[in-house]
Structures are given as C-alpha cells and as structure tokens.
Ligand binder design. Structure first.
Ligand code: IMP
Length: 181
C-alpha cells in the first residue's frame, strides 16, 4: 500500500489492504453459496454503479450458483458528504418482476440509497430482495432494513479505493484509504 494518496485537494492514508478486502469477500461468498445452494430461482445480482463495480466482479466470480447480472446507477455524494437526496442516474437494466434480487453495494452509510433501491424494486414487482454490502458505517446507518450480508463495519470516516471515489477519483486503487488529518 502507498504511504499516502493525493486526490484533488485531499490526502488519504492506508486503511484496509486489498488482502483484507479479498478475505472479507471470500467469507461473504461462502455464506451466500451455502444459503443459495440448490435455490430453484436464479437470483439477480444488482450492481449499484459506480461504486460497487469492483466488489460485484470479485463477488460474482466466487459464487457457485446461477446468477443473472443487472445494474443501475444512483448518486447522492458530492465531495466527501452526502447530499441526502438520492438521484437515479440510470434505472434498472433488466426486468426484475417476480425475481429475487441481491443488491450489491460498496458501502452503506445513511442507508438512503438502500431505501431508494428497495422502493424501486418494489415498484418494479421484484419478489424479494437482500442487501449485500462490502462495508457498513454502523454509527450512521439508522434505517429499518436488515442488511443481510456485510463484509466489514468501519467507523464514520470518508474512504476511497476499491470502487469508492472522491469526486470520481480513487476508484481504481486496489486498497482502501481514509481521509488524513
Ligand atoms: P448512503 O445512501 O448514505 O448509504 O450512501 C451510499 C453511497 O454513498 C455509497 O454507495 C457510496 O457511493 C457513497 N459513500 C458513502 N460513504 C462513502 C465514503 O466514505 N467514500 C466514498 N463514497 C461513499
């Protein structure tokens, strides 16, 4: 891992190594493989763009049951803070009517995005949905929805890397870095 990363006007320092991220994904995939083993319906893996793109790819190649991939793009963050309003930048790429959907998120913070996706899926007639997030900020998340699969809980800090960005930069970093002092 690099000692520090500079993106735009801010400096970030090492937080979670790629090795640790991969271990968390191995564990999530093992749980999902056990729970979806022999499942008759083919679930939809819903990648929430852009942040979850690397996580979805790493998770998906570890799943040993049939899955279909769909995506959608939502946005709420500007800079290092949430605007509180979740905008649909691109809607669902497929038909989820009567399907079981596994929502794949990079990080759950306030949970506003999850609430919005659950609403969209309900309106689109999905049979059921589960949430799989690589990271969770439990101090911030106060919504009622159960988060079915959580890779790691982290403190309320702003992070970048492994898909997560600061104003669109940093997504390509294999490790995760946190905003320095
Ligand atoms: P929520 O709707 O507040 O739960 O926020 C979810 C979305 O905000 C995530 O999918 C990320 O795109 C973004 N986000 C939340 N926390 C961070 C962070 O620490 N760094 C970068 N993006 C974040």
């Amino acid at each position: 891992m690099k000692e520090k990363i500079v993106l735009h006007d801010k400096t970030f320092v090492p937080f979670i190594s790629n090795e640790e991220i991969e271990k968390a994904i191995d564990e999530l995939a093992a749980r999902m493989n056990a729970e979806f083993k022999g499942c008759e319906d083919v679930p939809v893996l819903l990648c929430v763009l852009n942040g979850a793109i690397l996580f979805t790819a790493e998770l998906m190649k570890r799943l040993d049951f049939p899955v279909e991939l769909m995506s959608m793009k939502l946005s709420s963050y500007t800079g290092t803070h949430t605007s509180g309003e979740v905008k649909t930048v691109m809607g669902l790429t497929g038909n989820v009517k009567d399907r079981m959907v596994i929502i794949v998120e990079d990080i759950v913070d306030t949970g506003n995005t999850i609430v919005k996706i659950k609403e969209i899926l309900k309106d689109a007639g999905a049979k059921d949905s589960k949430v799989c997030t690589l990271l969770l900020k439990p101090e911030v998340y106060k919504q009622e929805y159960r988060l079915d699969y959580v890779g790691k809980s982290i403190p309320n800090a702003f992070i970048v890397g492994f898909g997560l960005d600061y104003d669109e930069l940093g997504r390509n970093l294999p490790d995760i870095y946190v905003l320095g002092q």
